[in-house]
Design a protein around this ligand. Structure first.
Ligand code: ADP
Ligand code: MG
Length: 733
């Protein structure tokens, strides 16, 4: 049996994996609320267990960045150790998010030796305050983008107490994970979490300043909230193993579309296959133990595509939780003999995977500032905050675009399934009307549509929540009480787009606060001043608003007229990071230094190059080792048949032979062209130029090769084709 046939057989004879549910001592199955977060240890638990003084010092560290005393750190570490040991944990690790987009961990055992008073060596469990607070992984093996030369290999991870500690369970052991930031010895951020923490702080500061000016004096801090809907594919691991492209690059570089794709629109919200449901159940159980509040699960549009969405949380925690979720999805999938693909476009011809980042801003009391309010003041505030967001997105559309740039997402953006690379804002019918009316100064009383608008005590419209209006094509859509940043890719680390978005909006709040301050000094009524500012912002940001079909070509033309950036490839998008004007707000808001920006540019460019490089090399190899040999075998088979027929006095038309040799020729030529382009890139030392050649020459050459290879797949004997087919990977359960 060929590997492919074996894979087909394996995939249809899998047994569904059963899991054990958490129970109490009497064996009664626990409700989720009874075991939710049982593998986590956060500030609340610490508060109960450490002395008041130590907890206060810890809070000072969280809120003011002051140092923890050694005694306090040791006390806290001890409490954590006792809890961990009681849970059967043997190791701890600082868990961080280097700029690889993945998570990283270096494990140490709690076990240690100690010399007793009598000189005996004793084995004990030990965890010091300094091991909790800081660790020094060898930073030289993580990308730094030139910020840290290899001889200065030291970097350190620093505990982030705002994100709960958690226990990662594996089949045979348990490890305590300490969520951490990762910094160079000189304090440069080497990770994705640090900028998000900084951006959240910037957002809080400037938003509070603005809100105080509009009269909300009791708001002391705000936080961005995030609910990230995660799309993913599941395929049987036997297929994955038999596909060099999936294995090496995360996406299929070849593969003829199956005759059935997503045209029946029967997968979305369809009944979930049993094996997949068993997988989801296990993921959920793991995630609940880890305190990740996953809520929704369903089939997505493409065959073999699914989605999981959590209840939103503070953006920093939600970003950690999304990283954890991706990790759990991938691990648990293997236990079910499945592979979870998070790539933005694993299969051509059907939808790819995004990660809609639902985003809003909440006050310290949990009040959502993007929720239309009940009183005229709340509505005024709502409109002002909305305008601040629009202004942030308008002025920093290019930054938001870089925040979602990745080689995988390039295949998805603008592919009639995801928003284009042009960033615009969708507000919906009702809000657009309100904006237009405020701008034109039309009295709200004149509103023709009274169901939508009614008059408040002053000139401030009463804004009703409108859940019905949806535009699935918009990259940044208002959905009733939050924005949905829909252009984020499936494999992305949310911290990156979230830190750019928070920075953009922080910058906007800060500018608007300056302007409002001026207005307030000359206007008597505060509401008048705020409304006047809102009116100005509506006019200034008009170009970013688009309610139509973002997938259409007309929009591309229109966006160009409006001067909106359309950066279609990652190398183009990355150039934004070289533009000081575009990135100045990151520096101004203390989110990234210019060195840190430079390093991110370098790392992303390098990663882009490596990814495309690998894809081209893998494709060439697959053509040589799978596709061409299959065509050769088929040619031999057909030629033999033609000859046999002839010698028997009959005839088989040689048409098929002709098509086969024709295709062979086309594939070989296209592959040679690809190889030439690819070889050329190997001689280019300027990375920027290399990335461009890969994007503009090598990728199209790969598409050309694929075209012929997929044609071959359509005519070659099924038993001679060695690579698992789309229909098998996507439809077998
Ligand atoms: P929709 O019907 O608009 O998709 P859902 O209520 O299903 O809305 O929410 C989708 C995602 O948005 C969920 O992950 C949810 O937790 C998240 N979400 C809801 N409200 C907020 C908010 N205020 N801030 C951030 N995310 C939110
Ligand atoms: Mg969705």
């Amino acid at each position: 049996m060929s590997t492919r046939q074996e894979a087909v057989r394996a995939s249809i004879t899998r047994e569904i994996r059963k899991i054990t549910r958490p129970t109490d001592q009497s064996g009664k199955t626990l409700r989720v609320s009874e075991y939710f977060g049982c593998n986590t240890f956060g500030l609340d638990q610490l508060k109960d267990k450490v002395s008041k003084d130590s907890y206060e010092l810890l809070m000072n560290m969280v809120h003011r960045g002051s140092r923890l005393s050694k005694a306090a750190a040791d006390e806290i570490a001890n409490v954590i150790k006792d809890w961990s040991l009681a849970q059967g944990v043997t190791h701890y690790c600082h868990w961080f998010q280097p700029m690889t987009g993945l998570t990283a961990e270096k494990h140490d055992a709690f076990v240690n030796t100690k010399t007793s008073d009598t000189g005996q060596t004793l084995t004990i469990e030990k965890f010091s305050g300094s091991s909790l607070i800081q660790s020094e992984p060898d930073a030289s093996s993580f990308p730094s983008g030139g910020m840290r030369s290899t001889f200065e290999a030291r970097g350190y991870t620093a505990w982030d107490p705002t994100s709960p500690l958690f226990i990662m369970e594996s089949v045979n052991g348990r490890t305590l994970c300490i969520p951490s930031a990762f910094l160079s010895y000189h304090g440069h951020a080497l990770d994705t979490k640090t900028p998000l923490l900084r951006a959240s702080e910037a957002l809080s500061k400037s938003a509070v300043r603005f809100l105080k000016l509009i009269g909300d004096v009791d708001i002391t801090s705000v936080q961005a909230t995030l609910g990230a809907e995660q799309e993913y594919f599941l395929i049987d691991r036997a297929f994955f193993a038999a596909r060099p492209d999936l294995l090496m690059t995360g996406r299929s570089l070849l593969g003829r579309s199956s005759t059935r794709g997503q045209q029946f629109e029967d997968h979305y919200f369809g009944s979930i296959p049993s094996r997949v449901l068993a997988f989801m159940n296990e993921c959920e159980q793991e995630l609940y133990k880890l305190g990740v509040p996953v809520k929704t699960r369903h089939n997505e549009v493409a065959p073999a595509q699914y989605e999981v969405a959590p209840i939103f949380e503070d953006a920093n925690l939600a970003a950690d939780h999304n990283s954890l979720l991706m990790d759990v999805l991938c691990r648990v999938a293997l236990r079910h003999d499945l592979v979870c693909l998070l790539h933005e476009k694993p299969f051509a011809g059907i939808n790819g995977s995004g990660k809609h980042n639902n985003w809003a801003i909440a006050t310290q009391k949990g009040e959502n500032l993007l929720e239309p309010g009940k009183t005229p003041h709340q509505n005024l505030r709502f409109l002002a905050v909305l305008c601040a967001v629009m202004k942030g997105v308008y002025e920093h559309a290019d930054l938001l675009r870089v925040g979602i740039a990745s080689p995988g997402n390039d295949h998805r953006l603008g592919a009639n399934e995801a928003p284009p690379a042009i960033i615009s804002v969708f507000l919906g019918d009702m809000l657009s009307k309100i904006m237009d009316r405020i701008e034109s100064g039309t009295k709200i009383e004149d509103a023709s549509d009274e169901a939508i608008l009614s008059l408040g005590v002053s000139k401030i419209p009463v804004v009703a929540r409108d859940n019905t209006d949806r535009n699935r094509t918009s990259p940044f859509a208002f959905t009733g009480n939050k924005f949905e940043f829909r252009a984020v890719g499936g494999s992305a680390n949310c911290s990156v787009p979230m830190s750019f978005l928070n920075t953009a909006v922080a910058d906007s709040f800060s500018q608007l606060a300056d302007r409002l301050e001026k207005k307030l000094s000359t206007t008597k009524s505060r509401d008048e001043a705020v409304l006047a500012l809102i009116k100005e912002v509506i006019t200034e940001t008009k170009a970013i608003r688009f309610e139509g079909n973002n997938y259409s070509d007309e929009w591309k033309a229109e966006a160009k007229k409006r001067g909106l950036p359309n950066l279609t490839t990652t190398p183009e998008a990355l150039e934004v990071l070289e533009n000081e004007k575009a990135t100045s707000c990151l520096v101004k808001m203390n989110v990234l230094t210019s060195d840190e920006i430079k390093s991110r540019y370098n790392i992303n460019l390098e990663r882009y190059i490596k990814q495309l490089d690998m894809e081209a090399a893998t494709l060439i190899e697959m053509i040589d080792t799978h596709v061409l040999p299959a065509v050769e075998s088929e040619v031999t088979k057909v030629a033999t048949a033609v000859a046999s027929a002839k010698s028997a006095g009959g005839a088989i038309s040689s048409e098929r032979l002709k098509s086969l040799t024709g295709i062979y020729d086309s594939i070989s030529k296209a592959k040679a062209a690809l190889a030439t382009e690819y070889d050329r890139t190997q001689g280019i030392h300027n990375e920027k130029e290399k990335a461009k050649v890969l994007a503009n020459k090598v990728l199209p050459a790969m598409v050309e090769v694929r075209k012929y290879a997929d044609e071959a797949e359509g005519i070659i004997s099924d038993d001679l084709w060695t690579l698992p087919k789309y229909r098998e990977m996507l439809f077998l359960r």
